[in-house]
Design a protein around this ligand. Structure first.
Ligand code: SAM
Length: 236
């Protein structure tokens, strides 16, 4: 796998990181027997859809030499993706793993000590509420969000949490021009712009993926995120 990391991300995990990825896989497999965290269980699928996919979204950061500390939040982290692989790969980044399902956060809390990671924090709650709390609003450099909601809903969850100039990374599958137009309007209302859209194929199954990079350029109006459930009922 080291060659594929190098060829596709121009980056390789060191020995400790390789052990942490392997351990994460084993812990997820065991927990999956009773928690139903993921349908992805073969080693290849786990590598591609959980590890590689999580890190592809932050590929630019893997290859920068900056050591200035970053604060990231993974919104709707589920079993810990993309947040745990990102915390393993970016040692200068403190990642908060947020999910509304207590059971999922409880699972993550049981495995963290075994991964020997000290740059991860867990948080149970709804993104709509967390985004209105002063200790989290405008507090993060990076917001990661994968497989949680339609793109404009993800933008409404993510942008209020970012500092100005912060970056939201929306991990998506297929993507269309029409979706870009709808998202552009929503992002503008939230104080952001679509900085770039990157479409790529995954190295093993050749599936299509898209990462949307949203930059926060102005303060998000105080009424966003709207109360729990409203972003999904009435997407911007
Ligand atoms: N991001 C993970 C991944 O890609 O494997 C998990 C995706 S899972 C399909 C969606 C997760 O988002 C669930 O764990 C759910 O509890 C969480 N979620 C959905 N809406 C949320 C919200 N408004 N605030 C926080 N978490 C939310």
């Amino acid at each position: 796998m080291l060659e594929i990391w190098q060829e596709t991300l121009n980056w390789q995990p060191n020995q400790i990181q390789q052990q942490q990825f392997q351990q994460l896989y084993e812990l997820i497999l065991v927990a999956n027997q009773h928690l139903n965290l993921t349908r992805i269980t073969t080693p290849e699928d786990f590598w591609e859809k959980h590890l590689w996919d999580s890190l592809k979204g932050i590929a630019q950061l893997l290859n920068t030499s900056t050591t200035s500390p970053l604060r990231a939040i993974d919104i709707g982290t589920g079993g810990g993706f993309p947040g745990i692989p990102v915390a393993i790969a970016l040692l200068n980044c403190h990642v908060t793993l947020l999910d509304s399902t207590r059971k999922k956060i409880a699972f993550i809390e049981t495995i963290l000590p075994q991964l020997s990671l000290n740059n991860l924090t867990t948080l149970t709650g709804r993104a709509e509420e967390i985004g209105q709390q002063t200790q989290h609003r405008q507090a993060y450099d990076l917001a990661l969000i994968r497989a949680v909601a339609p793109a404009s809903v993800c933008a409404e969850y993510a942008l209020p949490l970012l500092k100005e100039n912060g970056l939201a990374i929306l991990y998506r599958g297929q993507w269309t021009e029409e979706e870009t137009e709808t998202l552009e309007k929503a992002v503008k209302e939230l104080g952001g712009v679509i900085e770039s859209i990157e479409t790529f194929t995954t190295p093993i199954s050749n599936s299509q993926r898209t990462c949307l990079y949203l930059k926060k350029i102005a303060t998000t109006p105080a009424n966003f995120p709207r109360p729990v459930g409203i972003p999904t009922q009435k997407p911007l």
